[in-house]
Design a protein around this ligand. Structure first.
Ligand code: CTP
Length: 477
């Protein structure tokens, strides 16, 4: 994603775009009346130069940013302007746009505190305290200089060169707000940009400072990296800068764990990055991507050398699924997603296991039932997990998965298994067998379900009812 570098055409493009924003006429007039210098700055300008549309617009006011926001809000008929006094910022929504106003300021994190201290400053000072040169480009919206670009730190050149650089010394920039380390990784991942060597070293030196940042903010950035087109870029950089060790130590431990296929030694961490990139080509669902990220997470703990077989990772899928509780809790990930991720981790070896030709219908049935509505996602994960460079091997494995899906279709059609449960319900088991609610009802129900899965009886009410009567004598004491 590298746009054409022609400064005059860029200027014209930006000016035209800003002019047609639905609130701009009012904003420009208000800036004249109030006698303040006002700029559009940050991500909106960066993305415009990159040729990407964006709905969040940051407006920098040299003066009283919140006062400007409140007055502009009135002119536009906005009911509610949110003002954050402590931070000197305000925002409101207008049309599709999310406008964020800020007074030129310096923001500084005190070493022990998570909250920034904010003090007013000049335009130059404000710009210099921003995170990256690509985010430090400002465009005037005052009438006399409308569309003039201020690019003190050559951010436009860095956009074209694809480089993440800080306006000031990286140590100072990251010390001001260590979350910027995660932002740097996100921008590198999103745009496929590289780090200026100073930024790379600065991140390495300051990675531990992420410890003072709240987990919610870190996790938000982490998931944004997972949402980029090639999350593997950000993940590798996280690993190589030492950030992974701070943010996601279980992932870092995959580094250096080698698994051997017939052609090469594969490092489990780098293999995982490839898997995540593979899956990201076919899905934007960050939770499916996350499942791909963690599918082998327990390999280090389960690695064992077995004479004659080599290295094994017996049970890593189950162990990995169990690790999710701890990881979701620590990273403050949404618990609504944990069962989905656990399921995919736990089952990720099953499709390979049942791809053999001699596999019985009952094994296929069990996979259908265990994976439920997530079977397609599971197969997507399994396909992405193929990172072999041996084309023949890849073709064979893919063919195997096609066979699995074919078998799944056949069995599903035969049994209508998708929403599987015993066709005879608990209530009926209780009344027919004269049972009180309790474990015995479950025993009978499970026996019916097992019989269907094993193919002993069809997935039909009549057969299930008859089977219940047959086994009741043996099961119910
Ligand atoms: N900024 C900063 N340090 C931060 C966060 C933001 O210097 N930790 C500055 C940057 O100039 C940034 C602007 O504030 O461009 C707006 O921040 P934000 O809206 O969070 O991000 P964007 O850069 O607009 O990009 P995106 O929306 O893609 O996150």
């Amino acid at each position: 994603m590298r746009p054409e570098n022609n400064i005059e055409s860029i200027r014209k493009k930006i000016e035209k775009n800003l002019r047609q924003l639905p609130f701009m006429e009012h904003a420009t007039k208000l800036a004249s009346i109030r006698g303040e210098r006002v700029y559009v700055v940050g991500g909106y300008i960066r993305d415009l130069i990159m040729g990407v549309g964006k709905k969040d617009i940051d407006i920098l006011v040299v003066g009283d940013g919140t006062g400007f926001a409140v007055e502009l809000g009135k002119l536009l008929g906005i009911q509610e302007v949110m003002v954050y006094g402590n931070f000197g910022t305000a925002n409101f929504k207008f049309d599709d746009f999310d406008l964020e106003f800020v007074a030129a300021r310096k923001e500084s994190y005190n070493k022990e505190s998570r909250n920034p201290e904010v003090v007013p400053s000049t335009f130059e000072d404000d710009i210099s305290r921003r995170d990256f040169t690509i985010n430090a480009i400002a465009v005037s919206i005052n009438e006399d200089t409308f569309g003039e670009i201020s690019d003190i730190y050559n951010g436009i050149d860095d956009i074209f060169a694809g480089i993440i650089r800080t306006p000031l010394e990286p140590d100072l920039t990251f010390d001001d707000d260590p979350l910027r380390i995660m932002r740097a990784l996100r921008f590198a991942s999103r745009f496929n940009f590289s780090f200026d060597p100073g930024v790379f070293e600065g991140i390495k030196r300051n990675a531990h400072r992420l410890e003072i940042v709240s987990q919610e903010r870190i996790t938000e950035e982490f998931m944004k990296i997972m949402a980029t087109t090639q999350p593997g870029i950000g993940l590798r950089l996280m690993y190589e800068t030492g950030v992974m060790g701070v943010v996601f130590p279980e992932m870092e431990k995959l580094g250096g764990v080698e698994q051997v296929d017939e052609y090469r030694h594969k490092d489990v961490f780098y293999h995982t990055c490839e898997v995540v990139d593979n899956i990201s080509r076919v899905t934007e669902d960050v939770w499916l991507r996350f499942a791909a990220l963690v599918h082998d997470i327990a390999k280090p703990q389960t690695k064992k050398f077995v004479e004659g077989t080599g290295w094994t990772y017996h049970g890593h899928e189950e162990f990995g699924a169990r690790m999710m509780k701890f990881i979701f809790k620590r990273m403050k990930l949404p618990f609504a997603k944990i069962n989905y991720v656990k399921k995919l981790v736990r089952l990720h070896l099953r499709p390979v296991a049942i791809s053999k030709e001699e596999v019985t219908d009952s094994a296929v049935r069990r996979l259908i039932v265990d994976a439920g509505d997530d079977l397609e996602d599971l197969i997507t994960l399994c396909r992405a997990d193929i990172t072999s460079k041996n084309e023949n091997k890849v073709r064979n494995i893919l063919k195997n998965y096609e066979r699995v899906m074919q078998r799944v279709l056949e069995v599903r059609e035969k049994d209508a298994l998708r929403a599987f449960q015993s066709p005879v319900r608990g209530e009926e088991i209780m009344s027919v067998l004269d049972l009180k609610p309790g474990p015995q009802v479950g025993v009978v129900k499970t026996a019916i379900e097992e019989a269907i899965l094993e193919g002993i009886i069809p997935n039909e009410y009549e057969a299930a009812f008859k089977y219940m009567l047959e086994v009741a004598g043996k099961l119910v004491k």
